[in-house]
Design a binder for this molecule. Structure first.
Ligand SMILES: Cc1cc2nc3c(=O)[nH]c(=O)nc-3n(C[C@H](O)[C@H](O)[C@H](O)COP(=O)(O)O)c2cc1C
Length: 180
């Protein structure tokens, strides 16, 4: 099961369009997909303590645990991921252990191209995630209304869908070999 997470609360979010497109690409490849839109989840701010007992926190953790791979789509705010993405990872942290992860983001312009590096580093060093080296970075001029208009963005999403399935299979096979 691949989990696609949309991390924007904006009603006309462009990163949600990326997440939806990724879900469709995975469907086209006949992959089972869970879609989690954080706009619909009342996740409290993580306090590292009692917030973990919140039903939304436990539900989120279970979804991450169940996934064999994760695609996470987020907005770029202040040259980094938005706080909603960070809060979600703070809640679900250990459930990300050794998961394959692909990252997609919507940004206003090209200048924040390296903005996902700290997130990739933290997922790799903290939870030993296998982060796909090619991420999807889309700027506002690559969308019109509620559509992705740049075919290059769509191509990268399709590539990412294929890559996350390949990596999820490889990691699952590796874990299986460790058990038997
Ligand atoms: C508070 C805030 C900070 C932002 N900071 C950046 C930034 O540092 N770099 C950038 O390229 N775009 C920045 N943007 C533009 C957003 O990345 C852009 O609007 C994107 O589409 C947001 O994602 P969403 O549509 O999924 O909500 C910022 C927008 C907001 C509201």
């Amino acid at each position: 099961m691949i989990l696609v997470i949309s991390c924007s609360h904006h009603p006309e979010s462009r990163s949600r369009l990326l997440a939806k497109a990724a879900q469709q690409s995975l469907h086209n490849l006949h992959a089972p997909v869970d879609f989690l839109d954080l706009r619909t989840v009342d996740l409290p701010l993580c306090d590292g303590h009692a917030s973990y007992d919140h039903p939304s926190s436990m539900k989120a953790k279970a979804l991450v645990e169940k996934a064999s791979g994760i695609l996470i789509a987020m907005p770029i705010y202040n040259y980094g991921t938005n706080a909603i993405t960070k809060n979600f990872i703070e809640h679900t942290g250990k459930a990300w252990q050794r998961k394959p992860v692909g990252m997609l983001c919507a940004a206003g312009g090209k200048g924040s191209y390296m903005a996902l590096i700290p997130l990739a580093g933290s997922l790799m060093l903290d939870f030993h995630c296998h982060v796909l080296p090619r991420h999807v970075y889309a700027t506002s001029d690559q969308f019109e209304n509620d559509q992705i208009t740049d075919s290059g963005v769509q191509e990268r999403i399709d590539l990412m869908a294929g890559d996350i399935l390949w990596l999820a299979e490889a990691v699952a096979a590796r874990k299986h070999r460790e058990i038997v």
